[in-house]
Write a protein that binds this ligand. Sequence first.
Ligand SMILES: NC(=O)c1ccc[n+]([C@@H]2O[C@H](COP(=O)([O-])OP(=O)(O)OC[C@H]3O[C@@H](n4cnc5c(N)ncnc54)[C@H](OP(=O)(O)O)[C@@H]3O)[C@@H](O)[C@H]2O)c1
Length: 450
Amino acid sequence: MTRVRAAAGSLLFLGVAPGVVAGLVPWLITGWKSTGPPVWLQVLGWLLIVAGAAVLLEAFARFVFEGVGTPAPPAPTEHLVVGGLYRYVRNPMYLAVAAVILGQAGVLGSWALVAYALAFGVTVWCFVHWYEEPTLHRQFGAEYDAYRAAVPGWWPRAPRRAGRAPSTVRQHGAVGVVTEDGRALVLADGGAMPFLGLGVWQVPDGPECVNAVRWALELGYRHIDTAQAYGNERSVGQGLRESGVPRDEVFVTTKFQPRRDDPVAEAQRSLERLGLDHVDLYIVHWPGGGPTRAWPGMERSREAGYARSIGVSNFGVDDLEQVLATATVPPAVNQVQFSPYEYRKGLLDWCGRHGIVLEAYSTLGTGRYLESGTVARVAERHSRTPAQVLLRWCVERGVPVIPKSTHRNRIAENAEILDFRLTDQDLAELDALDRTGGTDRARERAWWRS
Ligand SMILES: NC(=O)c1ccc[n+]([C@@H]2O[C@H](COP(=O)([O-])OP(=O)(O)OC[C@H]3O[C@@H](n4cnc5c(N)ncnc54)[C@H](OP(=O)(O)O)[C@@H]3O)[C@@H](O)[C@H]2O)c1
């Protein structure tokens, strides 16, 4: 349905209007008369017309068949697509229209049409740069900026067909656009968070944690999630070094413990323990002391270079609204309890509209959801395991996951979620497990308030 609406939007906004401009106006200007230019110019003109028309058709087909739900170009959220204001197609279309007018100038030998084509190009350029882009930026904020960052220029690259599965963001609400390899989401500040990470909550500092991190990195994970409160940052750093994977290939998150005073001083301590000079993401672990208390310190940590991106965790819509009202740098990520049982659609949609990537924790219910009959049924259909189905459900919603395990075989199993897709029926059955009523609330109590 999205595809059909997107096609209709595209046809109306991008196809019909430029088509009228390119096709009718020039003929009206010249009064349908040819002034008899040399043959070579007429041939050149026809070639330009045919090439321009082909580009128009190709761009339109690209939009209809590949523009929605594929890794590159990434699909922005539904309202951007359906509006027909789709940069990926719009810019080639404008170029093609200018080519068609120039072609007509050649065929008709009309200098008036050459001037008209130039005027058309300049007008479109001014319109796009001074009106349309700023308007989209105002309307969609960070969401549009992230989209622009991923689809640059006037002649974007052709979409890749391989590796579709992980990047299919079928439901609206997901903010980030997907990197070209389909393995990560682009954050509003330009960072890229891999869909798959290893969580290390409740893993004791020491060999168990070092091994888990090292195994995960050996098995292809490129994202580790720890926290000051977990007490195992030293082992995370050691596992990272022992794995031999270059530092700049791994996305490391740690979390500010809100019972402490100063996020900057705590970031420095975390970096010492981790043995790193920066983390990729530093998040407020929960809204302790109020949602805005830690935020200025988080912004200073980022300014100091201790964290590439900053974010929050366990924040609801009310909490996020308060942070956005005072923030200079908005949170790039909100890490929350998220699974088919805690769909929290209200929160997912809200974060999507405000350029905040939702990241899922406890997707396996800390092990509890692995026994679910529904999940087992879906898993059987795909010859997959329940853990893989629960994790894949998040990825299909454009939500990165950070399952925890200290067993090498399970760490390997949890990594195999980027090479299959759930059907609409699977998704509907899993969605029905939701116990949040589509709100922003988690099923469990706000444990940090107790
Ligand atoms: N921001 C926050 O407030 C917050 C809160 C909770 C969690 N988190 C983050 O999210 C991460 C994940 O959440 P979580 O630790 O609650 O748990 P989870 O990932 O939902 O589940 C982990 C549990 O499931 C088991 N498990 C993992 N993979 C399995 C598999 N393939 N088959 C069978 N059992 C499997 C693990 O056992 P074994 O280890 O024995 O294999 C462990 O008991 C945490 O580690 C942490 O990084 C963040």
